[in-house]
Design a protein around this ligand. Structure first.
Ligand code: F6R
Length: 243
């Protein structure tokens, strides 16, 4: 794991977007694995700016994207779905064709079948070239909560109470936060060619400190990243303050 620390979260967002832009420049039809949450918003803003800049050097016309996760029980058009998040923060502002971005469908009538369909879809697009990740305070990646098997592929999960509480800020009340989600598994994430994990702010300082020091163990899902050959971690000074 190669950890790189930046001055602040703006700088982190710029550098993460630059890395993604370089990936697309060297392989225009790259498959990007994308994440939601607070952390990547600056990165998406910067990607939009790079795309909208006069020179229009960054185009997503040939790119395909697959998201890590989606809430179970929310229709893709629901205001709190991750599909809506992705449209609001990225897809609606770039030239990525509508049939080239994918998220698990949390409203599918059979969620187990939906998981299999999603794994197949990832295979059909040729696997993930660059997977963007955030990290939960309990070490979750995607919605792979502590205890998740490192062999897991896309699956349905029950969300930890901590995770539901952390995400309640986007809902009117905690009761509205779904109890389940579909997430790519640890094995799905590890099969990406390259992984870029982002962490910013004081609230991530402990988890980054722990990630660096811990042994590889399913109780701390992000430790699985130590099994991968090409993981880059971008943190800001606050997230690095306990190292
Ligand atoms: C989001 C995801 C989650 C988040 C994590 C951190 O698609 O898979 O693992 O990356 O919960 O969330 P933030 O960035 O809001 O701190």
């Amino acid at each position: 794991m190669n950890i790189i620390e930046f001055e602040n979260k703006d700088q982190l967002g710029k550098e993460a977007a630059a890395l993604i832009a370089r990936t697309i420049a060297s392989k225009p039809d790259a498959v990007l694995g994308l994440a939601t949450g607070g952390t990547p918003i600056d990165t998406y803003k910067e990607l939009i700016q790079l795309h909208q800049a006069k020179e229009k050097e960054l185009s997503f016309k040939q790119t395909r994207t697959v998201n890590l996760d989606e809430y179970a029980g929310l229709h893709p058009d629901h205001k709190n779905s991750y599909m809506t998040y992705m449209k609001r923060h990225l897809f609606d502002h770039i030239d990525l064709p509508q049939d080239q971005y994918f998220l698990p469908n949390g409203a599918a009538s059979n969620l187990e079948e939906e998981c299999l369909r999603y794994d197949q879809l990832i295979q059909n697009v040729g696997g993930i070239d660059l997977q963007l990740l955030g990290i939960g305070q309990n070490g979750h990646i995607g919605f792979n909560e502590p205890g998740t098997s490192f062999d897991s592929k896309t699956h349905v999960v029950q969300l930890d109470e901590n995770t539901r509480q952390a995400n309640a800020r986007y809902f009117s009340s905690i009761d509205e936060v779904p109890t389940h989600a579909i997430t790519m598994g640890i094995a799905s994430i590890l099969s990406s060619k390259k992984i870029l994990l982002l962490a910013s702010g004081k609230s991530k300082a402990k988890v980054i400190q722990y990630l660096e020091q811990t042994e590889i163990h399913p109780d701390f899902p992000a430790s699985a990243l130590k099994l991968h050959q090409d993981v880059t971690i971008f943190i800001d000074r606050e997230a690095g303050s306990l190292r």
